[in-house]
Design a protein around this ligand. Structure first.
Ligand SMILES: Nc1ncnc2c1ncn2[C@@H]1O[C@H](COP(=O)(O)OP(=O)(O)OP(=O)(O)O)[C@@H](O)[C@H]1O
Length: 476
């Protein structure tokens, strides 16, 4: 049978699929297209230079084995790379690079750089009339790594943040996206990276900006007709930190400008750090081309801290503020405020304020009052475990059955309800919900949420199940 680029690549893919994780296969191999086959050389088209670099760094041996198996010893692989033009002036073009010949790629970056020597830029942080070309990092010196307490819930995000600070732009965590629920330390960690970079590499230009402020600046630049200056300003940053990136949702113009800035920084080895209250898969109204870039590096989730970490956070805060508090009060706070560290800190401040205003000791009674009055919502925030328990009791099904792989209709339905309520009532991401309810992936949880929404509208019996469980959860 005649070999074609397509058939050779298909065989390579099935070999590759057997040798790596499903996730890695989906991320790095599914987007590749085979484009050409000449004698013993196969050309494959990859979506970006970053993609090519990643394949070369991590999968070159695997690709070599797969190709040698198909085309024999002298097999060659040529990448055809779609080069984005970040300035939007020229059209994007395709570049062919043989495997393991990185010099061609760096030449491309240099060429790109030289095309915009000494850009005239204006600093949008400068108040009009005040001459200041120095860029203030806008970092909060209280948010260093030393005051960020490590625990199971933040270990990955913290380690990745440290790695990025040690080698900004030089790790595969680019962009680094830190995501998680409200008040769990995303902003703190993002500032910690910036501060550490400034400490280790004083010559690097670091900038922290909230997505909201970035949007305002962009709108202003359009109004004043200096959008290009705005873009140039951001393109000279070495480490760009954008907080609450989900706020770009629905803002097409700002997304477009951010896309160009992001591409430029990324292609020039600059580090981008993003924070968001949701995982990329859960972000709505963000263009796909931007979402796919968010997923290029590492998405690290901050989850609610466990008891021990909460305890350490309280002790650390008291120590830094030079305040003493009875042990039982500290334990009471750690036990009762579970899912938002900002509220945990708020309760400590309230306690101290109350006791000093009323000149009374900080006591467990006072702590109970504060926790009840100030953080009522938090202390009662429902957990995924509780939701699963309520669903399992309601349907009189064992928890293990709900979490099992069985496809029996009634059990699937109970599982989907647990997933849907977890999405609605907790801060957890789809990935985290899936992990906790039967080790499913985020797509299964998303599907469950959609199914529940549909069934609620179309099936009366199901609607009753839903409302009953909803009521029970509210009583919790
Ligand atoms: N692991 C931690 N150790 C010590 N303090 C922490 C930790 N995590 C969060 N905090 C503190 O909790 C407070 C809230 O953190 P931060 O503002 O970073 O949360 P966030 O996730 O960005 O919240 P939001 O979603 O509202 O933007 C801050 O004062 C921060 O210092």
């Amino acid at each position: 049978m005649q070999h074609t680029a397509h058939s050779v690549w298909k065989n390579c893919l099935s070999f590759i699929e057997d040798n790596i994780s499903n996730q890695a296969y989906k991320t790095w191999f599914e987007p590749i297209e085979a484009v050409n086959l000449t004698e013993n050389s196969l050309s494959i088209k990859v979506p970006s230079k970053f993609f090519y670099e990643w394949l070369e760094e991590h999968y070159v041996e695997l690709l070599k084995s797969a190709l040698t198996k198909e085309l024999g010893k002298g097999a060659k692989l040529v990448y055809s790379i779609k080069m984005e033009n970040t300035q939007g002036k020229k059209k994007s073009h395709t570049e062919s690079i043989p495997s393991t010949q990185r010099s061609n790629v760096s030449a491309q970056s240099v060429e790109f750089k030289s095309s915009q020597k000494n850009p005239e830029f204006k600093n949008p942080f400068v108040i009009p009339g005040v001459r200041n070309l120095k860029i203030d990092s806008q970092l909060n010196s209280n948010y260093g790594f030393e005051s960020f307490i490590e625990g199971d819930a933040n270990r990955l995000a913290r380690s990745a943040s440290l790695a990025v600070s040690n080698k900004p732009g030089g790790t595969s965590f680019n962009p680094l996206l830190i995501f998680g629920g409200v008040g769990l330390g995303k902003t703190h960690l993002a500032h910690a990276i910036g501060l550490e970079v400034k400490e280790k590499f004083p010559d690097k230009t670091v900038l922290y900006i909230s997505a909201e402020k970035f949007t305002q600046q962009h709108i202003e630049s359009v109004r004043k007709n200096n959008r290009n200056d705005f873009i140039h300003f951001y393109q000279i940053i070495d480490v760009l930190i954008v907080d609450d990136i989900q706020l770009l949702s629905g803002k097409k113009g700002t997304q477009d400008v951010f896309f160009h800035i992001f591409n430029h920084l990324h292609q020039n080895g600059k580090q981008v750090i993003l924070t968001s209250d949701k995982a990329p898969v859960d972000m709505q109204e963000i263009e796909n081309r931007l979402l796919s870039r968010f997923k290029w590096g590492l998405s690290a989730e901050l989850m609610s801290p466990d008891y021990q970490t909460r305890l350490s956070i309280i002790e650390n805060k008291l120590y830094r503020d030079g305040v003493e508090m009875p042990e039982d009060v500290i334990h009471y706070l750690a036990e009762n405020i579970k899912s938002n560290i900002r509220e945990l800190e708020g309760a400590i401040i309230s306690l101290i304020a109350h006791s000093s205003f009323s000149r009374t000791e900080v006591s467990i009674d006072l702590a109970q009052q504060i926790v009840k009055n100030y953080v009522k919502k938090t202390s009662q925030q429902i957990s995924i475990d509780r939701i699963q328990q309520v669903v399992s009791e309601y349907f009189q099904l064992d928890l293990e059955l709900i979490q099992s792989k069985t496809r029996k209709r009634n059990i699937v339905q109970a599982r989907q309800l647990a997933m849907s309520f977890s999405k609605r009532l907790t801060n957890n991401s789809l990935t985290s919900i899936g992990k906790q309810i039967g080790k499913r992936d985020h797509a299964t949880v998303l599907h469950a949420c959609k199914t529940v929404d549909n069934l609620k509208l179309t099936n009366k019996e199901f609607k009753k199940f839903y409302d009953d469980i909803d009521r029970k959860l509210k009583e919790t």
